[in-house]
Each structure stands twice: as C-alpha cells, then as structure tokens.
Design a protein. Structure first.
Lengths: 226, 861
C-alpha cells in the first residue's frame, strides 16, 4: 500500500478513533486577540511536500476527505496546525505531522497555502435550502447566516470599516469549494463537541446546535458548489 | 453545563439557553408584562444570579469587555447556570436558585425615609426564588421568579414562551409606599370615608383647648398605601409577518393619605373658621388594557394599537366632622350650624386610545413614517349634592338683609343642573416624519406633528329648586362667617344679584402644531455635528393667550476620537413669544356673564394684576448647555463626567422671573477582572428660582371702585405691595461600591449619600406686601424662611460564602442614618393644634438611624 493510500485510509477512519486529547483535556485556544499570521511562503513551499500528499500540490485536496488549503487564510491554517501540535484538535495523521513542526514551519506553511490560487468558483443553487441557511440562516431555529463570518461567496469575511471592537476576522476560514464530505464531518464534530479546541470552535458549537442532519447535508452541498 | 458551552448557545440567535435568564432580564416592554421587578433587598431582582462573573468575558468573538458606542463599559456577564436535564427522554433542562433567610431590623425601624418604599420587618424573608426551564432544541422556556419581604412587599412573575414565536407573562406585585410614620390623626375612622371626632369632642361645639386635649391622646399611625399590581399578557406571531399582543394589568392602591379639611380661613379670623389636616382613604383600582398588531416588512411597517385605561374609585367622598363653632363676623346671632365638611373624591373614568403607525422605506436611503391617533377620556359619575349641611346656612342680619339659605334646597342631588358629570376630553394626533441619509456622512429629517386636546365638558352650576346659580362654598362655612359669600348668585335677589361666583367649569384644551427640521454631518472621522430647528405653535383654549410660539435651535457635537475620549456637547437656544396677553379670559365662567347680573356700585374686583404673566404662557428665552465626557482609561477603567446648565428668563414684571440649573456628575468605573468591580459616583446640582408678585389692597375689596383697577401701581395693586421671592436649592449625592470575589467568598461594600438644602428668601416693598400686618411684622418677617435640609448616609456590607457548588450563604448588613429639617413642621413636636388649625403629620424624624442584618441561605436547585 502506498503512503498516500495509507494516509487516506487512516484519515477516513480517524473519526472512529478515540480523541487523543480526551484523556488529558487541553485548554482551548483563545483566538479573540490573535494577530494576523505572516510567514515565508517560499520557505513554506519547500516544507509542503509531505502535505501535498493529501492536500494536493496546488492546495486542492486529492480526496474529499481532506480540506482544500489553496487560498485559505494563513491565520486559520497556522491555528489549525498549532491546535494539532498542542492537542486542542486531534487527528491521527495531522497530530503526528504537526508534532515535529516548529512555529516558523507552521507560519511558512500557512503563508504558502494562503498564497496559492483558490479552487475555481462553482455554480451554487441560490434557491436551495443550503443557500438559505448560508445566506440568511434560520431565525426560528436560532441558526445565524454563515456568510456573516465566512463571506457571501464563502471566500472569507470582508468586514466594513468600524471603529468598534472587531472579531478576529482573519482567523475565520474561507469555505468555498470544500468538499461536502469534509464539511459535513466538521459540522458534525462541532455539533457533538468533538471539535471544541478554540474560542472559534466554541462559536461553531453554538451555531450547529440546532442544525439537523438534513440541514448539514444541504449546507455542505451548497458550500461545495461555491 | 460548562460556561463555555452555555456562552456558545447565546451566540445562536434566539436559541433558548440556560444562561439567557441569567444573562439579562429583558422584560422590555409594557406590551406584555411589567417593567421592573425588584425590591429594597435586591433592587435588580436577580443579583444572586449575577455571580460569579464569567471569566471568559462577554463573547467568544470579541476580546476583552465591550463598551457602549460612547465608551461606557458593559458589566462582566454572569457565568452560565448549572443546568440539569429534566428527564431522560426530553430536551428540557432546568436550573434554579432559592435564597431564603432571616432579617433583623433594629434602631429607628419606623423612620419614614428608611421605610418609604420598603416594608422592612424582622423575620423570615424570601430573597429570591428563580426557577428556569429551557428547551434548547425548540427554543421554549418557562421562568418563575419571586421575592417576599412581607405581605405588602413582594413580587412573583411567570414567563413562558418560545423564542421568535410567542411570549406569555403573568405577574403579581405588592409595593409599599409609606407617606408618614409620624401621624397623629384627631379623628376616628381613619381609612374610611367618614371621619368622626373622638369623645368627648362635639362637632361644631368644641373649643381649641378641648380639641388640643383630645388630640394629645391620639396614637401614632403610619400613613401610606400599598400598590398591588397583577397582570397577564401575550405576544406572538399571529400569521406570517403579523405579530399581535394583548395584555391586561390591574393595579389596586389601598391605604391612606394625608388630606385637607377647610372650614374657611382661620388666620384672618381668629377663633373662627377651621383649617384641618385630615386623612383620606385610598381605594383605587386602575385596569389597563393593551392590544396591538404589527407587520414588519422589508418596505412597509405597520402597527395598530389600542390602549384602554379604566380607573375606579371605591370611595367617592370624604366626610369629616369639624370640631369648632363658627361665628359670623357681623356679630349677629348665628343661625347656621355648619359642622361637617365634605370632599368629592376622584371619579371613575375611562380612557381609550387607538393609534396607527405606518412606515415606508424610500429610495435614496430614506424613510417616511406617519402616526395617527384618537383618544377619548370620559367620566360620567353621579354628582354629589352641593352641600351636606342641614338646617339653615348663611347669616341673618336684619330684615330684609337675609343671607341665609335653606340647606334642604342644596343637600340633595335635585339641586344639581345634571345628575351625572358627562365629562369628556377627546384627543387627536397626526405625526409625520421624513428621514433621509443621502450620503454616509450626511442625513436630514423633517417632522410635522399636530395634536389636539378638545375638552367637551360643559357644566353649569344651576339649582333648579331655587333658580339660583353657583355652589355652596366650603360646605356652607364661608357664607356662615362672611355675609354674602355663600357662593350663590341669584338674579332675583338684590342681595345676591351682584355676587360674582364661579358658575361654569373651564374646559381647558389646546391645539399644538410642531415642525422640526434637522440635519447631521460627519465632519471628520468619528466627529459629527448636528443642528435642529423646532417651531412649536400652541393654541390654548380659555387661557390668557390664544397663541404661543416656541422656537428652538439645538446644536450638538459628538467626537469619539479626542485622545480616546468621547465628547458630547450640545447647546440649545429657545425663544417663546405669543399674541396679546389677556389677564382675565375667565369672565364667561363667572356669574357676571349671566343675565340678571347687576354690576355693583363699586364695580367688580380685578381678576388679577394685568402685568401678571403665567409662567407657561409668558415670553421667555432659554439657554441650555450640556457637556458629557467619557474616557476609557485602558481596558478596565472608565472615567465619565457631565456638566450641564440651563438659564430661563421670563419677560414680565409680575410672575416667574427666572430659573437656573447648574450641575455636574463625576463617575469612575473599574472592573479589572471578572472578580473585582468598583464604582464611585459624585453628583451635585444647584437650582434657583425668582418670583415677583404683588399683594392686593384688601381694604378696597367690595367697598371701593379702586378694586376694579388691575394696573400695577394702581390702588388695588400699589407698588408698595410688591414682593419678591428667591428660591435656592442644592442637591448632592455620592456613591461607592466595591465587590471582590475571593473564590469561596465574595465581599461587597457600598456607601450612599444623599443630601439637599433649600433656602427660600424674599424681599418686599413695604409691610403692606405681607399677609401678616401686626406691629412686629417686620421683625418677624426677616428676609427668609428657615432653611430646609435633608441628609442620609447608608453603608451596606455583604459576605457571600460558597460552601459547595450548590450551597451558599449570604450575610449582610445595612446601617442608615439621616437628618431632616423643614420649617413647615416647626413646632409640631410640641403641639399639632393652633387655634382652629389642627394638623396630623409631625413630619419625618429629624434624626434617625436604623440598621438591619440578615442571613440568607442560597441553594441552587
């Protein structure tokens, strides 16, 4: 079995494994004051060879199990690597991959993927249930619109200027084009509290509380089509 | 539930959650429910639920604590409550707190100011009962909240609903209001509508000495009332975007209140007349009904509202026995035996109001709103007879000079021109507003408002039995002391055909038209200027002026970037003018307007001095300024200060001359961590009022043609009778609160000070200006009344122990002192009886100190 295939298989069944951090709770990362992450994209390119095995050489994942990283917020990528390294987020592959990364490595890798061209836009169905949830939410269920933090096109927030205190917008990921399989998995993890290693994850935990399986599926399909 | 999880739920819009009830008490509107719940033990009504504060702060989205747009800090939110599942197969969870314990009150527990709005009693008290049920899946919730200090000081509230769908609320509340704890009523029957004299006093036949002796044996009573308020309301989606609400509230006020009891003047007629301080019953009920339906669309917004208010008074009169014998001033044998007084108390009345609001978005970032309302206030109570006297009233001098009247002709409702009040006031409102913001930095608005109050009440005081007009003044006492002052006009009787008495009600009303034009500019980032011009055109009816115009310009500057501080400054200039001032528009309401009235040889006394300008109608210029500074000093400290002042000048020789107010506040808020908060507040305000007036030359009344001259400087209002009053008041208050959570123990301390000082000074042109003209008048008068002052200090200490996560104890104490001086009560410590004047209230305690300690067990359910 090739390394790539082993990684795919391992990742596919990773959710079945007990959470590595479950036995020793790690304090969630407070991202409310996180600053924009900068790194050496060129250096990151050199360090991304292993990553490309799953996330693709151009940052577009080779399988729907993995997230696309091309054009992703550098801050978001850096935070995820840091969570894997410190234990706030667990994955049998990523935990191991991140363990040996230095802080500079993580910044460089984040800068590298942020610099890549994102996956081309798709053709979303604006009348779908997923579109309604993404763009308008469902007030009766207490579900806020996703676009408030992830942007109308799913390519990250574009907040208007304001002098009042702002969230750390740069720490919110762009979602456009992520595979529905991956998004479904993540929303499910947020909802069950499996993924709750940061203040942002805590926000998502609340957001997903009243999403049904059908709504998660609809939302995931819409996000993939963005 | 961990605090982290609960906070996340808050983020979900409208999702029911364990922390919602604990995070904020948002009763919000009068549409459903009541506005405020709390009591003296816990003015907020939910303090035990506020602690401990959540160390994670306010939001997972924002770092640190947030501030309002003007820089004031929000408090740290309370940590989410521990919620428990209600069952195995349900999404419902619950949480709750019970605070129950014992309070001991010591010292001057009956001090009026100590218990003005609190029914402090030693004994068991329910500090708080809070029970919340939530369903995070469906957004449904049920909340119960209650507190009880005593049977007259308690509240309970039940809320249920589903977020985004509907809300139901029912509540019950008792709130005490103590008016006096130092009252010594002379009469029996306090609390009823019939006050009778205690034995051995005899109505109309007792001497001042006998009254004083009987009064000395009166026992102390507390005068006050309890407001019992209950209601139920519902608000929710009716259909699609249509939201409806309905509520009914009922407030019953029961108790007593200090009241009057005039049997005509005593000062100018020693050993005669009667000035009595009585006690009246309070037995009211007000029922309010609110109905509304609204539709909020993207372009149009609509709302229709009905408001009804129904007042019912179970006591329509107050009868009292007057102890003193009355004598006529002409010295003839007294034929009248006037010994009872009567007040007609507030009538039952109904109020209805229907209002429609419509709003539409306009192109160009604009909005148009229009509101129209119609209201009507009506009362049609059965009227009371003009008097309760029996036998003969008035004075018989010698044939044919007979000023008597037969009480039987007046003490019946057949003596009325109508049996019921048939009173009605209609109101109308049209209010339109246009708002545009064509660019992000510029906006303007225009407002046109029309309001009318049309009083349709018409009453003519005519007695069909006698064919006479007017009413029996002072229940017959006045006309039994002074000949011809019985209050009756009779065109057929030469003795009464020149009596100028009130015969009609004055149906005051007005029409007000207001136009406003304003704009605001963002002249630089975080800096804006605004200007507003308002023209208020008022047309009063049956007043001294038919038109009063008030023009006002307001300028405001707001800057949010001056060294990190927010500055809000505003200045207003207003000028009020009007048409010709008619000093006496009331002739039509007096008998002089009726057929058969004969002008007396000496004419009719001037209604008032023609240079008098009533303060609400006189020409006036007004200047107002306000400066508010808010300085966020780092993340945890905020300094704020306010300076304000106003100056009003009235363009008149007689009447109010000027008023001024100058004040400042200073506040320091510090909350370095969720465990520590500290606040300091200082405030001071000074006000001044100047009045000019002139006493009439009473020697001319009824005997000299000079009484008809209304001019200042004339025989009736000579310059020598002018006097001036200069009022000065100063209020100051200070507060400090500190709270720190040590972990197992939270300590809190607070201190409050409130003080006021009042000085009434005066000047006069000559002794003729004074009411008292005795030989030592000048020495007695001086140049001011004794100063009034009030001060109170209170210290609160509290320790809250957390024994376990479920069990805690709060120990607390308060020590309060106060002092009070008011010349109106001077001498009452010695006696409440002076000649024919009988008082009831000795006034608030001049010095008092009171304390309370308590222990409350806290149990989380």
């Amino acid at each position: 079995m090739s390394t790539i295939v082993r990684l795919i298989v391992a990742a596919s069944f990773a959710w079945m494994l007990p959470c590595a951090a479950a036995d020793a709770p790690v304090k969630p990362l407070d991202l409310r004051r996180v600053e924009t992450v900068h790194g050496d994209a060129t250096a990151g390119t050199a360090k991304a060879a292993v990553c490309a095995a799953c996330h693709g050489p151009a940052g577009v994942a080779i399988a729907p199990t993995f997230p696309n990283l091309a054009g992703q917020s550098a801050t978001y990528v850096y935070i995820q690597l840091k969570e894997y390294k410190e234990g706030q987020r667990a994955n049998p592959i990523m935990t191991g991959q991140a363990a040996g990364l230095s802080d500079a490595d993580m910044r460089d890798l984040a800068a590298h993927y942020a610099a890549l061209a994102p996956k081309a836009a798709g053709r979303p169905d604006a009348s779908s249930r997923g579109a309604v949830l993404y763009l308008a939410g469902d007030p009766t269920l207490g579900v806020p619109p996703c676009q408030g933090c992830h942007g109308t096109a799913g390519r990250g927030p574009k907040p208007a200027f304001s002098s009042s205190p702002q969230p750390s917008w740069h720490s919110f990921p762009s979602l456009a084009g992520q595979s529905s399989l991956y998004v479904t998995q993540q929303l499910g993890d947020y909802r069950t509290g499996t993924r709750v290693g940061s203040s942002n994850a805590s926000v998502m935990h609340g957001v997903t509380q009243n999403l049904s399986d059908a709504d998660i599926a609809a939302l995931s399909s819409y996000i993939e089509s963005l | 539930m961990h605090a982290l999880e609960a906070k996340v739920l808050i983020f979900g819009i409208g999702v029911a959650c364990a922390s919602c009830a604990f995070a904020g008490d948002t009763s919000g509107t009068m549409r459903v429910g009541d506005m405020q719940f709390g009591n003296a033990l816990d003015p907020r009504g939910w303090t035990p639920m506020l602690y401990p504060a959540d160390p994670d702060g306010m939001s997972y989205l924002h770092a640190g604590m947030l501030r309002t747009p003007t820089g004031l800090p929000y408090r740290f939110p309370p940590a989410a409550a521990d919620v428990k599942p209600l069952g195995k197969a349900t999404d419902w969870t619950y949480s709750g707190v019970v605070e129950l314990g014992f309070i001991h009150v010591g010292g001057g527990r009956n001090a009026e100011f100590f218990r003005q709005y609190a029914d402090w009693k030693s004994g068991f008290a329910l500090g708080l009962l809070a029970l919340d049920f939530q369903n995070a899946k469906t957004g449904q919730y049920v909340e119960l909240r209650g507190s009880r200090l005593s049977g007259d000081d308690q509240f309970y509230r039940l809320r249920a609903g589903q977020y985004g769908r509907y809300r139901v609320e029912a509540f019950y509340r008792d709130m005490p209001h103590t008016v006096s704890t130092n009252a010594y009523p002379l009469w029996n029957g306090v609390g009823t509508s019939d006050l009778t004299l205690p034995s051995p006093l005899i109505a109309g036949a007792s001497t001042p000495g006998q009254v004083a002796a009987a009064h000395a044996g009166s026992s102390r009573r507390t005068i006050g009332l309890t407001r019992t308020r209950e209601g139920i309301g519902i608000e929710g989606t009716v259909w699609r975007n249509w939201i409806g609400s309905a509520s009914v509230t009922n407030e019953k006020r029961s108790g007593t209140r200090l009241w009057g009891g005039s049997m005509f003047f005593n000062y100018p007629f020693p050993d005669n007349g009667g000035v009595l301080e009585t006690v009246r019953p309070i037995d009211f009920r007000t029922t309010d009904v609110n109905l509304s339906v609204r539709n909020v669309g993207r372009i149009w917004r609509f709302m229709a509202t009905y408001t009804g208010s129904f007042f019912r008074n179970n006591q329509d009169h107050l009868n009292f026995e007057s102890p003193f014998r009355l004598y006529n001033v002409v010295g003839t044998p007294q034929v009248a035996d006037i010994k009872y007084g009567q007040f007609s108390l507030e009538p039952d009345n109904d109020y209805h109001n229907v209002r429609l609001d419509l709003s539409r978005e306009l192109k160009g970032n604009g909005q148009f709103t229009v509101a129209a309302a119609y209201g009507t206030m009506r009362q049609n109570d059965a009227l009371l007879p003009p008097t309760t006297c029996t036998g003969t009233g008035g004075i018989f001098i010698a044939p044919p000079v007979n000023y008597t009247f037969n009480c039987a002709d007046w003490n019946t409702t057949n003596a009325l021109s109508q049996k019921n009040a048939n009173a009605r006031i209609d109101t109308g409102l049209i209010d339109t507003r246009l708002t545009f913001r064509p660019t992000p930095t510029f906006g303007w608005h225009a407002n046109l408002r029309w309001y009318r109050e049309d009083n349709k009440t018409r009453y003519l005081a005519y007695n069909p039995i006698t064919g006479q007009y007017g009413y029996i003044s002072e229940n017959g006492s006045q006309g039994s002391i002074v000949p011809g002052e019985s209050g009756i006009f009779d065109p057929r009787n030469p003795l009464l055909h020149s009596a100028n008495v009130t015969v009609r009600n004055v149906p005051y009303g007005y029409t007000d038209t207001l136009f406003e034009l304003g704009g605001d500019w963002e002249v630089a980032p975080k800096q804006s200027l605004s200007a507003t011009y308002t023209f208020d055109h008022n047309q009063p009816k049956y007043r001294e002026r038919k038109r009063v115009d008030d023009q006002r310009i307001k300028l405001a500057w707001v800057a949010r970037s001056v060294g990190g501080a927010t500055i809000r400054a505003s200045y207003e200039y207003a000028s009020r003018t009007g048409d010709h001032y008619n000093y006496d528009p009331y002739k039509q309401f007096f008998s002089e307007s009726l057929a058969g009235f004969v002008d007396p040889v000496t004419g009719i006394a001037a209604h008032t001095v023609d240079d008098m300008r009533k303060y609400d109608l006189s020409d006036r210029t007004e200047n107002k300024a306000r400066l508010i500074l808010t300085y966020p000093w780092g993340d945890s400290t905020t300094l704020s200060a306010t300076f304000y002042g106003s100056r009003d000048r009235y363009d008149t020789q007689i009447g109010r001359q000027n008023t001024s107010t100058t004040g400042a506040t200073l506040q320091w808020d510090w909350q370095p961590t969720p465990a520590t908060t500290m606040n300091v507040y200082l405030g001071a305000e000074g006000t001044r009022l100047g009045i000019s007036n002139v006493a009439d030359n009473e020697s001319l009344i009824g005997s000299n043609i000079g009484q008809t001259n209304p001019s200042l400087g004339g025989p009736l209002y000579p310059y020598a009778n002018q006097w001036w009053e200069f009022d000065r008041e100063r209020n100051s208050n200070a507060g400090l609160s500190f709270s720190h959570d040590f972990g197992r123990v939270r300590a809190d301390v607070s201190y409050n000070y409130s003080g006021s000082f009042g000085h009434v000074g005066y000047n006069y042109a000559s002794l003729a200006a004074l009411a008292y003209h005795g030989p030592n008048a000048a020495a007695a008068a001086g140049d001011s009344f004794p100063d009034n002052s009030y001060r109170s200090n209170s210290v609160d200490l509290g320790l809250s122990f957390r024994f376990t996560n479920q069990l805690g104890m709060r120990l607390f104490g308060r020590y309060e002192t106060g002092s009070f001086t008011d010349f109106h009560y001077a001498g009452f410590d010695n006696t409440l009886d002076y000649d024919h004047r009988v008082y009831t209230d000795k006034g608030p305690q001049r010095h008092y100190s009171a304390s309370l300690v308590g222990a409350m067990l806290n149990v989380k359910l």
